[in-house]
Ligand binder design. Structure first.
Ligand SMILES: Nc1nc2c(ncn2[C@@H]2O[C@H](COP(=O)(O)OP(=O)(O)OP(=O)(O)O)[C@@H](O)[C@H]2O)c(=O)[nH]1
Length: 539
């Protein structure tokens, strides 16, 4: 569990996660932007394509209406030219084959608006259209008009009618010829069906006043559409042809393409759901997503392997630390030749360790050195004496310990001052060091008390010579502040050839010897053999 959680804290994991995140963001960013651009382009392409189809359909409808108008005009002119009476029109209409093919119905009305001829039914209904706006407009304008969509008074079907005035020889209107176009099955319906509208799209035709002329929901034909602000109809009724973004009542976003007709004040519009328009993009999106996932996975794997490889030197450094801790290697393993950050780190660590080792050595020396005389101190001596005894015991050689005390030192301090006393101690220590061999160890225990450990003695008698030598070394006057002063010393020496002698016995024996010298008048030495003989000699 711990191993598992430490994996998540590892540098490798973090770098791999970073690589994956970067690749993911870059992939999503680049892919997303590309898709957005592609979608915008596609939207433009689809809108243009649909507008060109609408333009074709609009041209067809315009032509169709124009043909109807022309035909109706031709028929009206024929009636006018032949000066046919209203009662003759029925026969004349029936004789015109093309009228049946072109119009849903053709009727004639007298000037009072009464039905006087009906192409499809000779039994004339009692119908009057005097109140119809298109009837009044025709009378006023003296020319043919196209009506708004309306429900036929004759068939009851939703229709749009075209009119032509019927004139007498003087040019007065005697009646109106009316051609009806059915809106439920318009003559241009095949053309409309040919337009692509997507799965949920639909096509509608609307007048400039918002009345539906054509709609897939037939019930809505003749209805006043909702052209309030923001509505789809409002967008469709914009004066310029083009396309806009819109939303259906159920919230479906659509592309609304619209085109105005030339012959009538109508707009043909296509509502194309964006979802259908971009259906091809969905598979592209899916493929892009799969591609991004694959790239991310590969990047993650690659990142992991690269990171692992890059961090190998760090692992090696870690191994070095463990090896040093376990005593399998020394600090030199950090002194490596590498020019990268790991090399810098390793060498910095090496330098730090070197300085630390040096500081430790200095501290150790400070701890074992007497600050005033630079001799070993009591601490060092206490550790050293048992070792020296053991060494002598193993070698079967005699070994000696001398305790030295400056005679009347207190007096020097009291008369010349503490600083002068210090000078005496320093000079005393220097002479002691000079008087003995390198293999002998000199230390200051405290105040004016010094010790010397003598090793590798050839015989017991050697100490006699050494004692004299030390006393002689102190004979020349000490120069204290430029003033010569005689300084003497008392020396108590303990010597042993016994391997079992311990430090305390040696110290006690040397102390006793010193006491005897002091008691005997100072400036002399006394030797006390531990284990075998007592005091050998006192001078
Ligand atoms: N200047 C100086 N004096 C010290 C130091 N340490 C101890 N002393 C003094 O050394 C003197 C030691 O005197 P003692 O050894 O007791 O007496 P003494 O006068 O030497 O008498 P004897 O040993 O019997 O000859 C004391 O006055 C201490 O204050 C030191 O580091 N420097």
């Amino acid at each position: 569990m711990r191993r598992f959680s430490s994996f998540f804290y590892s540098f490798k994991f973090k770098i791999t996660a970073l690589v994956i995140t970067l690749v993911l963001f870059a992939g999503i960013g680049a892919g997303g932007i590309s898709l957005l651009i592609a979608e915008a382009e596609l939207r433009e392409v689809i809108a243009r394509q649909e507008l060109s189809l609408l333009t074709g359909a609009a041209a067809f409808i315009d032509n169709d209406i124009q043909n109807k108008r022309n035909l109706l005009k031709v028929v009206a002119e024929e009636i006018n030219g032949r000066q046919l009476s209203l009662s003759q029109i029925q026969t004349m209409l029936e004789a015109h084959e093309t009228l049946r093919d072109t119009f849903f119905n053709v009727n004639a009305f007298d000037r009072a608006g009464n039905l006087v001829a009906n192409l499809h039914d000779r039994r004339l209904k009692q119908v009057n259209i005097v109140a119809r706006p298109y009837f009044q407009q025709t009378l006023q304008l003296h020319e043919g008009v196209i009506s708004a969509p309306l429900r036929s008074a004759i068939s009851g079907q939703p229709v749009v009618v075209l009119t032509q005035p019927l004139l007498d020889a003087n040019g007065n209107i005697i009646g109106i010829l009316v051609g009806a176009m059915e809106l439920l099955r318009p003559s241009f319906s095949a053309q409309l069906d040919a337009l692509r509208q997507g799965a949920d799209g639909y096509l509608f035709i609307v007048t400039s006043k918002g009345v539906m002329v054509h709609h897939p929901d037939k019930k809505r034909i003749l209805e006043q559409g909702d052209d309030s602000e923001g509505s789809l109809l409002e967008a469709a009724l914009l004066p310029d042809d083009g396309w806009e973004d819109g939303v259906l009542d159920d919230g479906v976003p659509v592309l609304l393409v619209h085109k105005r007709l030339r012959e009538v004040d109508w707009t043909i519009a296509l509502s194309y759901p964006v979802r259908s328009a971009f259906s091809s993009m969905l598979s592209v999106r899916l493929r892009a997503l799969l591609g991004a996932m694959l790239v991310t996975f590969c990047a993650g794997l690659f990142g992991w392997l690269i990171t692992k490889q890059l961090l190998r030197p760090l692992r090696r450094l870690h191994q070095h630390v463990e090896d040093i801790s376990a005593g399998r290697a020394d600090i030199n393993v950090f002194d490596i030749v590498r020019r990268d950050e790991f090399g810098h780190l390793s060498r910095a660590f090496y330098g730090l360790s070197q300085r630390r080792a040096q500081a430790e050595l200095e501290l150790q020396q400070l701890a074992s050195t007497d600050v005033l005389t630079s001799l070993h101190n009591r601490r060092m001596f206490d550790a050293f004496l048992p070792l020296a005894l053991a060494r002598a015991g193993r070698a079967g050689q005699p070994m000696a310990l001398a305790i030295l005390d400056v005679d009347h030192f207190k007096e020097i301090n009291d008369t010349l001052g503490h600083a002068a006393g210090d000078q005496v101690l320093v000079e005393f220590a220097r002479r002691l060091k000079d008087a003995v061999r390198n293999t002998d160890t000199v230390a200051r225990l405290a105040g004016d008390e010094f010790v010397i450990v003598f090793e590798q003695l050839a015989s017991n008698m050697e100490m006699d010579v050494l004692g004299k030598k030390i006393l002689q070394a102190m004979q020349p006057p000490f120069l204290i502040g430029g003033v010569p002063r005689q300084v003497t010393s008392s020396i108590g020496i303990a010597i042993t050839v016994d391997a079992d002698t311990n430090s305390e016995e040696m110290m006690r024996a040397a102390d006793q010897a010193l006491y005897r010298v002091k008691a005997a008048g100072r400036n002399s030495f006394s030797i006390h053999t531990v284990g075998t003989a007592m005091v050998l000699r006192a001078r």
